[in-house]
Design a protein around this ligand. Structure first.
Ligand code: AMP
Ligand code: GLY
Length: 432
């Protein structure tokens, strides 16, 4: 098989690396990729942007691509799978209609409500329909979200009504561009967050291993929301009973509901869940793709052939396949550029990548590029690298990941030193 991966982040580096390890795969192209995939055997980058859908169709034809896997949400929401299907090309991901689950929080909330899938109570507003009384009449903390795509940053957990009104005002004022023309205000859900990702073939779901990420920038899970500062798999508190409950109450009704609405879902489906103290799996959001950084530890643990799984999904045969995991824990630490999640400087030379390559674990590249003049890898984005370690315990996986992080330096690099802290605390408690 010849594979094309669309996207430029560490998730896409991990997808390319994983596909290239398959005996069925001759070559992997990544569009546009970064300095990471360019250094992998049997992988090369194509200089085509992830949103340039016509050019991606042309590339897939010219390279005789058998299977395309889409990394990020934006091309999915923009209809890349529809365009590939129209050109007779196989592409693993949802069509635009189904990708609205991520593309519009209002669409998602209405869908969840209609199908009685557990989620926070909410109301949607535009500036014209906004009613401050809704905020005043509900308990704080209260959550204010831009309805459209905002790279995980368009969510404000307001401690007071005053803060919620200010957040709504800022969103209507264009803080998140067009994504904030419509906003969702919803109740705050207590509990523990879980990333539950499945592969879907329109009808059947194949659950991937559980994972958890750290969305806040700062240690102790404080500071602004980001795309994710680190993640690990599995999430230690997911029992077989909770897994079964999530499949029954969230995943199966979602796939059935979408199929019944004439938009069957094929692709990775990521349920961002808040597991309530009573075990209810509340849906915080759906993403129409793999998580980043969750994909990096997940793909390190995946022992099955990803290209074969995607091909099975595109043939509607996911119920006939099984998925195998390395039983060890994998943990990824994101190294970000100074300023992230705000605007960042790029072009800083990264030191220590060669030394890290000799250590156990794996460094996936996100915002990096090869600087031809300097002949070295420089920063080129917010989340620059994701260092993944593995181990028989969370502590051991953490120690391998930070071994990689400690080998790497650039000016202004920032990362959290406590990725996996909840899982480590659980592990310590269980050992006592
Ligand atoms: P979202 O972009 O909707 O996933 O929200 C980003 C993050 O904000 C989530 O991963 C949660 O950590 C937090 N969050 C969003 N909605 C809620 C909610 N209703 N209650 C508590 N936390 C929330
Ligand atoms: N890590 C969260 C996301 O990919 O949206």
């Amino acid at each position: 098989m010849r594979i094309l991966i669309v996207g430029a982040g560490a998730r896409e580096h991990a997808l390319a690396w994983k596909c290239a390890s398959s005996e069925h795969v001759a070559e992997v192209n990544v569009a546009p990729g970064n300095a990471g995939p360019a250094m992998e055997a049997r992988v090369r980058n194509a200089d085509v942007a992830a949103m340039d859908i016509p050019a991606l169709v042309t590339l897939a034809r010219a390279e005789r691509i058998d299977l395309t896997i889409i990394g990020p949400e934006a091309p999915l929401v923009a209809g890349i799978v529809d365009a590939f299907a129209a050109a007779g090309l196989k592409c693993f991901g949802p069509r635009a209609a189904a990708a609205q689950l991520e593309g519009s929080k209002t669409f998602c909330k209405e869908f969840l409500q209609r199908h009685r899938i557990p989620t926070a109570k909410h109301a949607s507003f535009t500036r014209a329909t906004f009613d401050a009384r809704y905020v005043m009449e509900h308990r704080t903390p209260i959550v204010v979200k831009a309805s459209g795509l905002a790279a995980g940053k368009g969510v404000i957990i307001a401690a007071t009504a005053h803060e919620a009104l200010a957040a709504a005002d800022a969103m209507f004022g264009g803080e998140f561009g067009a994504a904030g023309c419509e906003i969702v205000i919803e109740e705050f859900l207590p509990g523990e967050e879980l990333s539950f990702i499945v592969m879907a073939d329109g009808q059947h779901a194949l659950a991937l291993a559980s994972s958890q990420d750290h969305k806040r920038r700062d240690e102790g899970d404080r500071g602004p929301n980001t795309g994710g500062m680190g993640a690990y798999s599995p999430a230690p508190f997911v029992t077989p009973a909770l897994h079964a409950r999530i499949m029954r109450e969230v995943i199966e009704p979602s796939l059935q509901g979408l199929a019944a609405q004439g938009m069957p879902y094929t692709g990775f489906l990521y349920a961002g869940l808040m597991i309530a103290p009573d075990g209810t799996p509340n849906v915080v959001e759906f993403n129409c793709r793999l998580g980043d950084p969750e994909a990096q530890p997940l793909l390190m643990r995946l022992q099955s052939d990803l290209a074969v799984l995607c091909a099975a999904a595109l043939a509607g045969r996911l119920h006939e396949v099984a998925v195998k995991w390395d039983p060890r824990i994998a943990l990824g630490v994101v190294m970000a550029a100074a300023g992230y999640p705000g605007s960042v400087r790029s072009g800083d030379a990264i030191d220590g990548l060669d030394a890290a390559a000799l250590l156990p674990g794996k460094v996936f590249h996100g915002g990096t590029r090869m600087d031809a003049d300097q002949g070295r890898v420089v920063t080129s984005g917010g989340r620059v690298l994701c260092a993944v370690g593995m181990g028989a315990s969370v502590r051991a996986a953490q120690s391998e990941a930070y071994g990689l992080v400690n080998a790497i330096r650039w000016k202004g690099a920032q990362y959290r030193r406590d990725i996996g802290h909840l899982a480590v605390a659980r592990e310590n408690a269980a050992a006592q």
